[in-house]
Design a protein around this ligand. Structure first.
Ligand SMILES: [Zn+2]
Length: 62
């Protein structure tokens, strides 16, 4: 659908529902982790550049 991307804020983009992922890279004193965020509408560019997952997936695992 055409709408507003909730990641970059561009209007009139072809957007798709994704679940935002918050990725913390591994560091010398902390292990890396991935946290699940909210479901948002993202444009193609953001889906290419930023970590995300299928909105239907849950923490229960796949
Ligand atoms: Zn975007």
């Amino acid at each position: 659908m055409i709408g507003r991307c909730e990641s970059c804020g561009r209007d009139d983009e072809e957007v798709m529902a994704v679940r935002r992922l918050y990725v913390t890279p591994e560091a010398w004193d902390t292990p890396g982790k991935v946290e699940r965020g909210d479901i948002e509408q993202w444009c193609f560019v953001c889906r290419t550049h930023y970590p995300h997952d299928d909105p239907g997936t849950t923490d229960a695992g796949s």
